[in-house]
Design a binder for this molecule. Structure first.
Ligand code: NAD
Length: 227
């Protein structure tokens, strides 16, 4: 069975009502994402970071998977599909995709602020200051912040190397090391990029660019991989 590896970013969830972090002004309530999502900000102002992610979690719970998420789940009928997502939402899982790895964590989980291996499901939509892990330290969002290691990266490299088709959807390819994945693929792997701004991105010339939003791009994708 042909192996399709799909690498998704914030753009795939835009049509579910979840904005990208680099929107029109690139700011969230006056803050640059690079200033909120860091261990340094957590040390200096944990309330700000907690409230940022509490709001993201509320939005995520209110959102539903869109056509692009559903189409990728449907492809599992005919292909061996694996999703590597940079997204912290759970819309791929809720659409029915079975093989999903999250490079940057999951908003619906918390983790200990002293032991990243202690991870918990969150009941409801909030982590409160004063909510502690079993070791007695404050719980933080289970999200990979700028400057932190990406524990799932090796698994993602292995998947990229094993792909017959590698599809990138809705990412500006600005966040490393994730943006390197496309360069890990086999020489004969078919490469496809779906993004309304695809023409602006510098990728190898063999990449087939589909300059469409995700819900439209997935229809082209289905036709391309059927060949
Ligand atoms: P990004 O904001 O840097 O890039 C988003 C990309 O989506 C852009 O290339 C844009 O052209 C494209 N896009 C916009 N509308 C689209 C649509 N309808 N269909 C397809 N593509 C569309 O996002 P990124 O590269 O994913 O990186 C930002 C980081 O922020 C990631 O780590 C990601 O985890 C995180 N993030 C996650 C969520 C989420 O979980 N839903 C939301 C925002 C940011």
């Amino acid at each position: 069975m042909k192996r399709i590896v799909v690498f998704t970013g914030a753009g795939i969830s835009v049509e579910s009502g979840l904005p990208t972090f680099r929107g029109s002004d690139g700011l969230w309530e006056g803050h640059r994402i690079e200033d909120v999502a860091t261990p340094e900000t957590w040390s200096r102002n944990p309330e700000l970071v907690q409230s940022f992610y509490n709001k993201r979690r509320t939005d995520c719970l209110a959102a539903n998977p869109n056509k692009a998420h559903h189409k990728l789940a449907e492809l599992e009928k005919d292909f061996d599909v694996h999703i590597i997502t940079q997204n912290i939402d759970d819309l791929h899982e809720r659409a029915g995709s079975k093989n999903v790895i999250h490079l940057h964590g999951q908003i619906r989980k918390s983790q200990s602020s002293i032991d990243p291996n202690l991870i918990y499901d969150i009941e409801g939509d909030k982590i409160d200051m004063g909510d502690n892990c079993e070791l007695g330290s404050q719980l933080r969002p289970h999200v990979v912040w700028f400057g932190e290691p990406v524990p799932m990266m090796n698994e993602a490299y292995k998947l990229a190397k094993s792909a017959d088709v590698f599809v990138t959807i809705g990412t500006s390819l600005q966040v490393y090391p994730a943006a390197n994945l496309i360069y890990e693929t086999k020489p004969d792997c078919k490469l496809i990029l779906i993004d309304p701004n695809a023409e602006q991105y510098h990728v190898p010339p063999v990449v087939v660019k589909i300059s469409e939003k995700a819900s439209v791009g997935v229809d082209y994708l289905a036709k391309l991989i059927a060949k």
